[in-house]
Design a protein around this ligand. Sequence first.
Ligand SMILES: [Zn+2]
Length: 277
Amino acid sequence: MAPTTAFKAAVISAVLLTAVSAEEFKYRFVPPAVVEKRLNMYQGKNQQRHDTLRALFEQVGCTGENLRDAPVKHETIPNVVCILKGTTDRMIIIGAHFDMVDAGSGVVDNWSGASLLPSVYDSLRANPRDHTLIFIGFSQEEKGLIGSEDYASKMTKEEIAKTDAMINMDTVGLGPTAIWGNRADKRLTKDIVTVASSMDIKLRNINFETIGSTDSESFASKKIPALTVHSITHDTDKYLHTPDDKIEHMNVTEHYKTYKLVVKYIAYLDKTWGKPE
Ligand SMILES: [Zn+2]
């Protein structure tokens, strides 16, 4: 979360729950203890967190030419990009920023999201997929979406046209999963409601444009369908960008539920988006 003005949050509305289709999804969940262990690796400042994220990607099998640092203009710490190849030329981007402000542990905002990237990768890698999945740990989100803007600005017109979705995780696991509905693509919203419903997850729609922005906006402005998953409410926003951004505020049960939802959602999007006419 990159701050803008004072927070006046409101739960706008519970989104409509619909029945899920009988589509078959290919994924496997890593155990809760593994997701929690990765969440607990939030130590250090931005450079160390970049290094930790890279190491975690390597640990789950993203290596060689599939794992790279993508330099960010005027910044010393690059984005981390991990590619999971698909069988078509369509793409889905899954992102989360790993940088933090200079207060607190930055575990809530946003190691909570960044640390899920390797686990989501690990969950989806075993079976073939249609889309190439591009996992990106963004640098310098807190300074104003610097890493994601840089990445999006370097995408060619062709790459943009081939990207079906950008799913962003920012500040997840403070509580139940929410989406930033006001800024989300309509079809992506309908789809995440469908998937959440199939998992008995009551997805919440909580808009936060009054307190800040996040990396999905860098892709939405390129007309790439985008959606951010988060967990911020007017009760928990006080933990952001303060010394109170601490591990004890994390709800590991809800964090794990968000992880599972994102895995199933990506698997669903892979099978339902970008089909030839
Ligand atoms: Zn933030």
